[in-house]
Design a protein around this ligand. Structure first.
Ligand code: DLL
Length: 435
């Protein structure tokens, strides 16, 4: 069984990778300076010329790009090739303001699909596999990316898109799907539906899942692995940089290898923009060094994580990023305390609850309120008020230990919280609506 998709790249000695990155970076900066007036202006304002960039060591001299720049330049302002060379667009699922539109040439699609093929291979996928793609198809990059990667690998591809969960399970059984690609929250829902249909992991052939597009905890991973009888691999990416496959997990499951031959990562202090040393938590920044149509330099993702060059048992030398703890804009400040939804999810699953929950934040009488509705499993369900109140108190205490602030916990009946077929909405912050 092939262990790597591009062995020479994935196991390349560090020095060779740096050389390759430097060559590509120098060429990319020239390409962008010549073809993207928007970025040329940013460079001119900072007093940087393409000749100032001779290697990866000079990366820090370049100006950042942010989502605000993408909105300002919408739709064509960051395009670096003639539109006639582009063959596709994808777009983010932004709910407010202008969406971000990313353009792809055929070369860009090919390199992106190769990145997804690396991810599928790292999860054990080969031409003998049946790969069920249950990410959404359309403007979202999830479906198209994994679909293309699965084709490259030669797996039999089931282009299911998301939704119609019972039909997903029927195809999974009838066609013997071995790999499932979808969001972790949808994987949890598929696992739950499988059990509701009176089936067990023994009734399906799945062996691996490739789950990403939203933050998910280690506890969630274990819960999905158990309910579907699989090994669950994380995959990371964002539309602006191509889509899924910017980074992917190997069998060690200790973070995701970044496809550094295409995307150079940096970690910066989100306040000052200063580059932070390896091993420090900060905002992830990517420079895409091989893309033609939409090559973003030093793009600020707003995702918070840590990079590590620790040797990996899989043999890959590609740098690893830890599971992102969420976006800097996912972080809630409640009564002055920084809270990430993932911290709450960790406690819920550790305490034996399902990953079906909703966090609601509001401000009443000048004080922040934190309400967490959590679904009981059918086994936990009780119609005795006293039992439920006792459980609510003990869960609230466990969450207080984790966060340092007291939430109000509401245990609700099984199946009352809306399930997600794509990216789950877990937080409603009503303070933003009042502002
Ligand atoms: O979510 C691309 C994707 C599709 C990745 C399928 C993985 C699988 P966007 O819709 O542009 O693109 O959202 C990108 O989602 O900046 C992160 O905040 C978050 N995200 C993506 N993957 C992960 C992950 C796709 N594995 C944004 N863990 C990113 C945590 C993730 N967050």
């Amino acid at each position: 069984m092939a262990k790597y998709w591009h062995e020479d790249i994935e196991t390349m000695p560090r020095e060779d990778m740096r050389k390759l990155q430097s060559e590509r970076l120098v060429a990319q900066v020239k390409h962008v300076y010549e073809h993207v007036p928007y970025y040329r202006d940013l460079m001119d304002k900072k007093g940087v010329k393409p000749d100032d960039i001779q290697s990866v060591d000079d990366l820090h001299k370049l100006p950042f790009l942010s989502k605000a720049d993408l909105r300002e330049a919408y739709p064509y302002g960051l395009l670096a090739t003639p539109l006639s060379d582009c063959v596709r667009i994808h777009s983010t699922s932004g709910t407010t303001g202008k969406r971000v539109v990313a353009f792809y040439t055929q070369h860009d699609i090919d390199l992106w699909e190769d990145c997804c093929a690396r991810a599928i291979t790292a999860a054990g996928g080969t031409e003998d596999d049946v790969c069920q793609v249950a990410y959404g198809y359309g403007l979202f990059t999830g479906g198209a990316g994994l679909h293309g990667g699965s084709h490259k690998v030669g797996s039999l591809t089931l282009p299911m898109s998301s939704g119609n969960t019972e039909r997903q399970i029927q195809f999974m059984r009838d066609l013997g799907a071995t790999i499932l690609c979808c969001t972790p929250s949808y994987a949890a829902y598929i696992g739950e539906t499988l059990h509701d249909m009176g089936l067990t992991p023994d009734d399906i052939k799945l062996k691996a899942g490739i789950f990403g597009a939203e933050p998910w905890t280690e506890e969630m991973r274990r819960s999905i692995e158990k309910s579907l009888g699989i090994k669950a691999y994380d995959i990371f990416g964002l539309t602006e940089i191509s889509g899924p496959g910017v980074a992917f997990e190997c069998a060690e499951q200790t973070g995701m290898h970044i496809n550094e031959d295409h995307f150079i990562p940096e970690i910066i202090d989100p306040e000052t923009g200063e580059v932070l040393p390896e091993g420090t938590v900060g905002e992830l920044v990517f420079t895409s060094i091989t893309k033609e149509a939409f090559p973003l330099l030093r793009y600020r993702t707003r995702d918070l994580c840590v990079l590590s060059r620790k040797k990996c048992s899989c043999g890959r030398t590609l740098i690893k990023m830890a599971k992102p703890m969420g976006r800097s804009d996912d972080m809630m400040i409640i009564r002055g305390v920084n809270v990430f939804p993932s911290q709450i999810e960790t406690v819920l699953i550790e305490q034996g609850y399902s990953p079906n929950y909703l966090i609601e934040v509001d401000r009443k009488n000048n004080t922040d309120t934190l309400d967490i509705s959590v679904e009981m499993t059918p086994e936990q369900f009780s119609d005795k008020m006293k039992d439920v109140q006792e459980k609510e108190r003990s869960l609230a205490a466990a969450i207080k230990t984790m966060l340092g602030i007291n939430p109000k916990v509401h245990l609700v009946s099984p199946k009352t919280i809306t399930r997600s077929e794509g990216k789950a909405v877990r937080v409603i912050d009503r303070r933003k609506l009042h502002d």
